[in-house]
Ligand binder design. Structure first.
Ligand SMILES: Cc1cc2nc3c(=O)[nH]c(=O)nc-3n(C[C@H](O)[C@H](O)[C@H](O)COP(=O)(O)OP(=O)(O)OC[C@H]3O[C@@H](n4cnc5c(N)ncnc54)[C@H](O)[C@@H]3O)c2cc1C
Length: 448
């Protein structure tokens, strides 16, 4: 296994060259691209997945590893319910240990307002037959042992799961490859070849692939890739900091969070930790272009983001990042093989402090590693999963807004059927691209 976090220094596991033709080409080797490739390959559909760096090296390995139904948008729930079934099936098919366990997810309440939010979700949970329940003060203290303070209560879903993302997504990529998907790492898609309003092919850094169908699942890069073709997605990305402890005695086998600290038991006996509070948004041209669409989210959570006037060089919304390029010249995608933001030192200190305040028995515990990630966000905190009306053969699945790992296999199955023209079995109208341009009001997903 590669050292964590993954970087472009890691060995290439899926070398090229890419084929000259492929029925479907997928741009992006995160959980969405990988699982879509897997389901297409399972149906014997020739599919090529292009990853500019390494499979799962961006969000799909850096995430917390929560697989949750709890707190989900009502329109995502049927898909994540399916995803939970698929996680089990795919983990078994992969034959690898990806750390998948059903240990529950719990949100802790500091205030009456938190309990009121949980109660609002209980109605959605009931409509979908979830095992979610509310806990009182004592039940909460019993569920998570050794906490230094008592919470007003909690909401918990015992059937929610966890897995180790850096094991899971590469394992699913190997499974997809065994089923016949052609995965090519270190190979950026540069531009689409479009003629008479239809996809004809994709220019990659390693040559041209003739195809009629492209899925863009490029995470934080999707908007930059598509804007050049006149497809506007109001997607921004925010930097977050995560850490892992050394192995510790178990205080809770699942994943839990309050406003200050999030913790998740890991397969190695440590905890993956993250802080509450705001994310860091680098202001760039897209942030200004799409600012009005983010006003409802800002009003809802004015302190949800901190701002920095510019991103490091080469970031998707950097001021100096080119917005246009030729198919035969280097693009921003291969200039940054892996978006690998440094963790913020002050955040790491706050994470450690908050964890130890809640669990004083771990006063001597050490953080063994810290890392950063860029979450690709949408104005309404739900993704875009759609075909692009103006360009026949072009599909997009992006903007998973910080919760795309758990739902990943469900989305992959849905998108593979969408590409094949089959009934997806779910109502996807909430995730249509045109919602941002047809006058629909921004309907915020839950910020739980
Ligand atoms: C710190 C953190 C914590 C999170 N915690 C959770 C959690 O607990 N549970 C949960 O469900 N979700 C969580 N998420 C969100 C989840 O990780 C993402 O929603 C999910 O991984 C997105 O998958 P993706 O495939 O859309 O994008 P990504 O994983 O970002 O993959 C996109 C890939 O596309 C590649 N790419 C881009 N452009 C090109 C191009 N032109 N050519 C070739 N390749 C290209 C990139 O290199 C990248 O590898 C978290 C995210 C972060 C950052």
């Amino acid at each position: 296994m590669h050292a964590f976090p993954f970087t472009e220094a890691d060995p290439i596991q899926h070398p090229g060259p890419p084929p000259k033709t492929s029925e479907v080409v997928i741009v992006g080797g995160g959980v969405i691209g990988v699982t879509t490739a897997l389901f297409l390959a399972s149906r014997n559909i020739p599919v090529t997945l292009l990853e500019k760096g390494r499979v799962a090296a961006e969000q799909s390995s850096r995430n917390w590893g929560w697989i949750r139904k709890q707190g989900r948008d009502a329109d995502e729930l049927p898909i994540v319910i399916e995803a939970i079934r698929l996680w089990r099936q795919l983990a078994e098919e992969s034959g690898e240990d990806i750390g998948l366990t059903q240990t529950g997810v719990t949100y802790l309440a500091n205030a009456d307002k938190d309990m009121a939010d949980f109660e609002a979700f209980m109605k959605i949970a009931a409509a979908h037959d979830l095992d979610t329940r509310l806990l009182d003060v004592d039940e909460t203290a019993k569920l998570i042992t050794g906490m230094s303070r008592r919470f007003k209560g909690a909401m918990t879903t015992p059937s929610d799961m966890r897995a180790e993302p850096w094991l899971a997504v590469p394992a699913l990529a190997r499974l997809a490859a065994r089923k016949g998907a052609r995965i090519v790492e270190n190979c950026a898609a540069r531009t689409l070849d479009i003629a008479a309003g239809r996809i004809k092919g994709v220019w990659t850094e390693a040559g041209y692939i003739e195809t009629s169908t492209v899925l863009v699942a490029g995470g934080a890069w999707s908007s930059l890739f598509l804007a050049r073709h006149g497809v506007s997605i109001p997607q921004l990305s925010v930097r977050v900091t995560v850490a892992a402890t050394e192995p510790l005695p178990e205080i809770y086998a699942g994943a839990a969070a309050d406003d200050h600290i999030a913790f998740r038991r890991r397969q190695d006996g440590g905890y993956t930790l993250a802080g509450g509070g705001s994310h860091l948004l680098y202001l760039g041209p897209d942030a200004f272009r799409h600012a009005t669409k983010y006003i409802p989210a800002l009003r809802n959570d004015p302190l949800g983001a901190r701002y920095f006037p510019y991103a490091p060089s080469g970031y998707p919304d950097g001021w100096s990042t080119p917005r246009d390029w030729a198919p035969d010249s280097e693009t921003p995608f291969e200039r940054m093989r892996v978006l690998n933001p440094a963790p913020e030192p002050a955040r790491l200190r706050a994470i450690e402090r908050n964890f130890k305040q809640l669990f004083p028995q771990f006063e001597k515990a050490c953080l063994k590693v810290g890392w950063g990630g860029m979450i690709d966000a949408m104005p309404d905190v739900v993704p875009v999963v759609d075909r692009v009306q103006a360009i026949a053969g072009l599909f997009v699945a992006t903007g998973m807004s910080g919760h795309g790992f758990g739902i990943g296999p469900g989305m992959g199955r849905v998108v593979s059927d969408m590409i094949q023209g089959n009934n997806t079995g779910h109502d996807l109208s909430r995730f249509r691209l045109q919602r941002f341009y047809d006058g629909s009001p921004v309907r915020l997903g839950p910020a739980l």
